[in-house]
Design a protein around this ligand. Structure first.
Ligand SMILES: [Zn+2]
Length: 282
């Protein structure tokens, strides 16, 4: 078990919930919420090889593109000239379609998805855990982590690696669930994003700012970008991965039906996108 907080070093931890056999705790000093059990890389690999999230396949591409386009526009507003992009956890690589003209690099741990991404976008896609991604100092203009950062076992080591990969003045973008949104506060341990051991850390604007600042970044923006969501996906989320739950059975019943495919716009501030720069002087 972790005896202190990885972001601030605080040793006063308060147990919040037991979920899926894991203890979820909050750091009293900085309010970071995290899985207190120390998970080995082997445990995590076994978990990920047992299945994949169907949110990230072709049937959901229209919903994914809604966010990708908005994020692409935000990046272009800061970098009018195309540069070098690294998307960590790039899945099948669709975000690159929203970043045409850029030199696109990706990293993906899922073998099947990485293979598809390589076929589409070439050798810039590296298969394997990001911890093993080749280090090229000061190389990238922009690094993105979309629905990825909360999965890492050692987030501070990940940020340190990103800082070295980014050129001075480069931008890091982190999109994660927001544990401080009203919806999360009302639903508590039933908040749909609380799915250990998939999500090991639960951030908000404050803890992300602290983690990034402690890693030598300067936060320049934080946004709540809405999502386009299918009705069937809502029930999948509500099930928190429990295939025996009522929500999961509804998800399965709706899957692929006309009702299940109905899309709506959602912005409960439950997803936060934070932008930070590597200072030129660092
Ligand atoms: Zn802390």
């Amino acid at each position: 078990m972790f005896s202190s907080c990885v972001v601030c070093g605080g040793s006063e931890l308060k147990g919040l919930w037991e979920v899926n056999g894991y203890t979820i705790a909050r750091c009293i000093a900085c309010s970071l919420v995290f899985v207190q059990n120390q998970i080995t890389a082997e445990e995590l690999n076994a978990h990920y090889s047992s299945g994949r999230d169907d949110t990230y396949d072709e049937t959901n591409i229209e919903c994914l593109n809604f966010y990708y386009q908005k994020l692409g526009d935000i990046i272009r507003s800061r970098f009018p000239q195309p540069g070098r992009l690294l998307d960590i956890g790039c899945s099948r690589g669709w975000f690159f379609d929203a970043m045409r003209g850029w030199e696109c690099h990706g990293n993906e741990i899922g073998l099947a998805d990485a293979l598809i991404a390589r076929e589409r976008y070439g050798d810039g896609i590296v298969t394997g855990p990001f911890e093993e991604y080749p280090l090229r100092e000061d190389y990238f203009d922009v690094i993105t982590m979309q629905d990825v950062f909360d999965h890492f076992r050692d987030p501070m080591a990940i940020l340190e690696k990103c800082r070295r990969l980014l050129r001075p003045g480069g931008l890091i973008v982190i999109k994660v669930h927001n544990i401080s949104c009203l919806y999360a506060r009302i639903t508590g341990r039933n908040f749909y994003a609380i799915i250990p051991p998939s999500h090991l850390f639960y951030y908000d604007a404050r803890t992300l700012d602290r983690a990034l600042s402690n890693s030598g970044f300067r936060v320049v923006d934080s946004e709540f970008i809405g999502h386009l969501l299918k009705v069937e996906t809502v029930f999948s989320r509500l099930s928190q991965g429990n295939t025996k739950s009522f929500s999961y059975r509804v998800h399965k019943a709706l899957n692929g039906t006309a009702l299940g495919k109905i899309k709506f716009h959602k912005n409960l501030h439950d997803i936060i996108t934070v932008l930070a720069v590597k200072p030129v002087s660092a």
